[in-house]
Design a protein around this ligand. Structure first.
Ligand code: SF4
Length: 444
């Protein structure tokens, strides 16, 4: 998953403003970030590095006035995480004209396309699927619209893309619409960003959500075109976890969905608790919904430290355990002697939740009942969210009762799958069902 931003303005936009919008998408990726563009006086500029948005651009140290630019914050799903070559944007030149690309999603036929290009003598500088898109674009002839339409017949999977092509900004979503994209601006400036909340936070007027399979070429004029359409598969996990709660994604308010899911959970719950406690921040709105519907009081029984970065996150079990304990602090005043309804958005491996349940018990909770605002995750994602292999997914190996025992809870309740499927009609739900409507590689 990643966050992407693009702008074109004849008068020019400072890089610092572009970075403000990108910071509003920091939750979509914390590994690396970068930008590429052309200044109002025609200079090509770019910079990218590992790290959080603010840190990376502090290192750059300039604030050019940009006519056209794109920027990216990275959360890797394809390509080694800490390899600088995989950081976006990917930048190239065609006949002296800068062509740069940022991508949110994941190509499911990356290996095949890469193999084809390699057999033609193309040399790759990274292990990222996004580079394949740039190279295919560069190979095609004609206008940006013609290039993209032809390329769209070759790309499979999820690809929401922003491109700088000379002094034009190009934006498009794939024919299934897995990943979001919003358009903003006031006529003089045209903006694109993964989430509308990032535009609003930077005082940019939100114009519309880019439709599935829709594209724009922004030069002196704004030209709209259709890439192609295959079906409708926007990612429901964006609503569950990934997007910011103040965003609207795929025509729905993220906040509203999480609140409703909490209410549905409360309606389905036979257990009576004394206090509803979210796992912050991801479980907070679900817990508000649960509390409102059940009448059980909501309390912040876990306090989250905002000073522990992802650098703490390590693949080993012990490091994960220590990370949870460095990030979340139980509040004895809220938890001691209580029957706790502990609410989170989703449960993937189960090891983090087990640690949280232990922490809640250690300060004296009488009972801990875990409530999850989505159905069991039974299958990996191939479309841009880095869920683990099937073997690592708790719900792929265990029944709900077994997971409840594994996480050492008194009980566990998920959002019922049938209800979720009804609510998410027209969305991708493959990681909850194991059924894929798009061909996926046999790599996990
Ligand atoms: S498989 Fe799950 S995470 Fe991946 S796109 Fe579909 S709903 Fe989203």
């Amino acid at each position: 998953m990643c966050g992407i931003v693009g702008v074109r303005s004849a008068k020019g936009v400072r890089l610092s403003r572009l970075i403000t919008v990108l910071q509003g998408l920091q939750h979509r990726g914390q590994e690396a970030s970068g930008f590429a563009g052309i200044t109002v006086d025609g200079r090509e500029v770019s910079f990218k590095d590992l790290g959080l948005v603010a840190d990376v651009f502090k290192r750059y140290g300039h604030d050019p006035l940009l006519k056209v630019a794109i920027a990216h914050t990275r959360y890797s799903t394809r390509g080694e995480t800490y390899r600088p070559e995989n950081v976006q944007p990917f930048v190239g030149f065609i006949g002296g004209r800068m062509v740069a690309l940022v991508h949110n999603g994941n190509l499911t036929n990356y290996a095949e396309l890469k193999g084809e290009l390699e057999s033609e003598g193309v040399v790759f500088r990274s292990t990222s699927d996004s580079e394949v898109i740039l190279l295919l674009y560069a190979k095609e002839g004609g206008s940006p619209q013609e290039k993209i339409k032809r390329m769209a017949g070759r790309l499979e999977g999820a690809w929401t893309v922003l491109l700088v092509d000379g002094d034009r900004l190009v934006a498009f979503r794939d024919p299934y619409g897995f990943r979001p994209l919003w358009m903003g601006g006031d006529g003089e400036e045209v903006w694109f960003a993964s989430e509308d909340s990032a535009l609003r936070a930077a005082d940019i007027e939100v114009v519309r959500e880019v439709s599935i399979g829709e594209g724009y070429v922004v030069g002196e004029e704004v030209e709209r075109f259709y890439v192609r359409r295959k079906g409708k598969l926007p990612c429901s996990f964006e609503l569950v976890y990934f997007a910011r709660p103040d965003s609207n994604i795929f025509g729905r308010s993220v906040y509203e969905w999480r609140l409703k899911a909490g209410e549905i959970l409360a309606e389905a719950d036979p257990v009576k608790g004394d206090v509803v406690v979210p796992v912050p921040d991801s479980g907070t709105i679900y817990a508000i919904g649960y509390s409102g519907r059940s009448g059980v009081p909501f309390q912040m029984g876990l306090i989250r430290s905002h000073y522990v970065g992802r650098s703490f996150i390590q693949p080993s079990q012990d490091m994960r355990r220590r990370t949870v304990r460095a990030k979340l602090f139980p509040v004895p005043f809220v938890l001691k002697g209580r029957r706790v309804i502990l609410v989170d958005d989703s449960l993937v491996r189960g090891t983090t939740m087990r640690e949280i349940v232990r922490m809640v018990r250690e300060v004296g909770a009488r009972e801990v009942h875990v409530r999850i605002g989505s159905p069991p995750v039974v299958s990996p994602c191939y479309f841009g969210i880095d869920t683990p292999t099937r073997e690592e997914l708790a719900a792929a190996r265990m029944s709900s009762e077994e997971i409840g025992r594994f996480i050492e809870a008194d009980s566990i309740l998920y959002l019922p799958l049938d209800r979720y499927l009804r609510e998410m009609e027209g969305f991708c739900v493959s990681c909850f069902t194991g059924n894929y409507k798009v061909k996926v590689p046999d790599t996990r």
